[in-house]
Each structure stands twice: as C-alpha cells, then as structure tokens.
Design a protein around this ligand. Structure first.
Ligand code: EPU
Length: 418
C-alpha cells in the first residue's frame, strides 16, 4: 500500500499535459464490444479504472495490446456473461457491459457494479431504456440479466439526467431495428465522444451533446482508430491546484469550451484565467473572493469538481456555499478536510465554507476519487506536511498525478506504507 506525502506551500509553476478522459475512455473501451472487430484507441489515460476495464475485456475473450496510451483491442471472440463478478463489482463503469452485451448479443449478464460511494446509485433509468427496446431485465441475485428476441428502436424519456443511462441505452440501441430517440439525455462531452467513436465504426447517432439523441439502427459496425478527448476533470483539478497555491500554470491539451463553468467560477473568485486554442493558463497572485456554486449536469458546474471546489474555497476570503445537486451523499470527505483546521459546516445538500481559517498539514484518508483530489489540493496549498492514505482511489482516475505535480515544482511523493 502507498500513501502520498506532500510538503505544501510551494506555488505550482510550469506546464502540465492533460491525459485522455476517464469517463470517455470507459464507455468507448466497452463500446468496442459492439464492433466485434479490431479497434485502436489512442489517448487512453493510464489509470486503474482503465487497467480494470482491459482486464475484464480480456477475461471475456478480447485480445488486448497496450502501449502506454494506445490500446489495440480485438473483440471478435468476446462472449457475453463472462465478466468476472469480483472485477466488475469494483467499478461503476462496468455497468456499460450490460448495454454493450445486450446490443451485440441480445443477452447480457453482468455483476452489480461498485465505484465511488457517494449515495444511492440506482440503475432504474438504464433498465427503463433496455425494456423500451424490448429486453426483459432481471436485477435480482447480485447480477443484472437482460435478454431480448429482438431489439426495436423506441422513444425513451429519462426521468433524471443520467450519464450512465444515456451511455448504456446508446450502446444497447446501435443495432436496434428502426430509430431510438433518447429524451432528457445527458449532454456531457464524453457522451459526444462515445457517439463520435461509434459513428466512426459505422453507427448512425445524431444529436449527442443535446438533450435529444437519435440512434438509427445499423446492421453492423466495423473497427476503427479513435483518439479520446482530454479529461476536463483532470484539467479542472490542476486549474484549482494552481489557484490554491497562488501559482502560474499552463494546462495543456484541453478543450477550453468543456471547462467554461470551471473557468467562470475561478474568474468570479478573482483568479486570472486565459483561454488559448488548446490550453488554459491559470495564475493567481492576489486574494480569492468567496463565491457560491451549485453542481448540475453538463454544461453546469460538474459534481466531479465539487470536492476540489470546497478545498479551494478554504483559501478564499469570507463564507462560500457549495451545493450538491447530483449526488445525495458527496460530502463524506469534509470530515477529513476538517483535520487541517478547515472550517466547513454541512447543512443538507450544502457545504458552507468559512474561508481564511489558519490551516495546518494533516493525515487524511481519501474516501473517493475526487475527494482524494481535494485533499491533494489542500496539501499542496498548506504549509507543512500532509499525508494521504487510500490513494488507490485517486489512482483510479488520475494519470500519474504525483509525477505531473512534481514537474510543476510541488514537493509531493508516493511512499510505501510498511
Ligand atoms: N440516477 C438515477 N437512476 C439511474 C441512474 C442515475 O436516479 O438509473 C441518478 C443518480 O442517483 C444521480 C444522478 O442520477 O443522482 C446522476 O447519475 P449518473 O447516472 O449521471 O452518474 P453515473 O453515470 O453513475 C457518471 C460518472 C461519475 C459522475 C456522474 C455525474 C462515470 C464512470 N462516472 O456516473 O463520475 O459523477 O456521471 O456526472 O462516467 C468520477 O469520475 O469521479 C465520477 C464519480
């Protein structure tokens, strides 16, 4: 087991390269199942969730070759129902196996999935979509089983905006007869990326990025080469780390448009943000103002930046409010942040951050991926030593975070716990 040790207080300076997006990579890698062919996926982040995804696909019969950020994957011989329960149950992204297996084989059997624990994570909207296409779905006994004689295009109205349900029903409907229309669909950039990938393989999907997505069923897909979009949450995390430490960082290889809500909030706090074609510069030398933030599905402020925002606001003047509107229990990390002296109250779905408290480095336990990122930001900005344990949660989604931060001048290292 490893921990992260930070001696904080150094402003981050320099340039950081952003990796491919985790939440695009997972559906796209699972989506290769539909092609039954050889695909080459580039800009794949080197993170634990990708390791796990590739292991699952191999266990199901895929041929996988990986050279750093390039993955060659041949799903010709893959079989449904073969994903090991102990592997899929570790990661939420494995839910996508249901849509992909159902789409290609008209049958799926996948263990109930795990992932970060921040509230109830139902799949009723996924099931609603599969059933609308004509599948029978059984969620009893620790597995999700779905089966259809035939999948037929249908209209699906999602009662909540769900990334997972949108992805899953797209995957399941690629070969469905006729046209499937998804209404109130998620608009995240990773949904667009998945649709672009599937279209490059021969699918007929329009409207991704809007709330109405149309999928015209096709007979067959073929393999293709495809490069994944940059990770907006990794980019946002480095932008916040730059601001928290009073640094000057060029965040490279990003799509600035995806970062609009994040950039806007930094600007409101008085942080200098400059957008270039495929980079963003974040610089701070003055004080930061207090602000209020509410998380929303894209293009709103992302829930996956909520813990990092709470951490950043500990260094702003005055009281700020962060309201969580996507998950019902995503403040578990606050108790850990309080160990630094951070003055944060929780009132229902809102965290009230009383900025300006004198903070000291402290040992903290990373309770989930973005919570861990928030702790790293705290550690970088506080003078003194911070130690973070359970860092596998961070490595699930951040590609070489320690190395990238060291290159920006941070005194941070990974240490083996004996
Ligand atoms: N929901 C339902 N019914 C469903 C599905 C979702 O009520 O059938 C609710 C959830 O309970 C939640 C809301 O809808 O309140 C949004 O959930 P969504 O389905 O969008 O989340 P997800 O697909 O499980 C993905 C990301 C999360 C990210 C959320 C929201 C992946 C693998 N995970 O999860 O990412 O927080 O979308 O943007 O793409 C992360 O990267 O740290 C992470 C947790």
């Amino acid at each position: 087991m490893d921990k992260i040790v930070i001696n904080g207080g150094t402003p981050l300076e320099g340039t950081v390269e952003i990796s491919g997006a985790k939440n695009a990579a997972l559906p796209i890698l699972m989506g290769t199942i539909l092609t039954g062919d050889r695909c080459v996926i580039e800009n794949v982040p080197e993170i634990l969730d990708v390791d796990l995804t590739l292991e699952i696909l191999e266990k199901m019969g895929a041929m996988v070759r990986r050279d750093h950020t390039t993955v060659e994957i041949d799903t010709t011989d893959i079989q449904p129902g073969k994903s090991p329960y102990e592997l899929v149950s570790r990661m939420r992204g494995s839910t996508y196996l249901i849509g992909a297996e159902l789409g290609r084989f008209k049958e799926a059997k996948v263990g109930m999935t795990g992932g970060c624990n921040f509230g109830i994570r139902p799949i009723d909207q996924h099931v609603k979509g599969f059933e609308a296409l004509g599948a029978k779905v059984d969620t009893r006994g620790g597995f999700v089983e779905a089966r259809a004689d035939e999948l037929v295009g249908a209209e699906v109205y999602f009662d909540v905006v769900s990334v997972g349900a949108t992805v899953n029903v797209i995957l399941a409907s690629v070969f469905a007869k006729g046209t499937t229309v998804l209404e109130n669909a998620a608009r995240e950039p990773h949904i667009v990326d998945l649709a672009n990938f599937l279209n490059a393989c021969g699918a007929n999907i329009t409207g991704a990025g809007t709330e109405v997505i149309k999928i015209k069923g096709v007979e067959k897909l073929h393999g293709s080469s495809y490069a994944i979009i940059p990770d907006m949450i990794e980019a946002g995390t480095f932008m916040f780390a730059a601001a928290a430490t009073g640094g000057n960082v060029k965040v490279n290889n990003v799509i600035p448009k995806h970062l609009d809500s994040i950039s806007a909030k930094l600007t409101e706090m008085g942080v200098y943000v400059e957008e270039l074609d495929d980079a963003i510069i974040v610089k701070r030398d003055g004080e930061m103002k207090n602000i209020n933030v509410k998380t929303r599905p894209y293009p709103g402020f992302p829930t996956d930046m909520q813990p990092q925002m709470t951490a950043l606001l500990c260094f702003a003047n005055g009281d700020s409010k962060v309201t969580e509107r996507v998950w019902n229990n995503r403040f578990r990390y606050v108790e850990e942040l309080r160990k630094t002296g951070a003055n944060i109250d929780i009132a229902g779905e809102t965290a009230i951050i009383h900025g300006g408290a004198e903070l000291v480095g402290a040992p903290m336990k990373s309770v989930d991926l973005r919570a861990g990122a928030a702790m790293v930001i705290m550690g970088l900005a506080i003078n003194g030593r911070t130690e973070i344990t359970d860092i596998h949660t961070i490595e699930r989604g951040y590609d070489n975070i320690v190395k990238k931060l060291r290159a920006l001048g941070a005194d941070i290292r990974k240490v083996q716990i004996r």
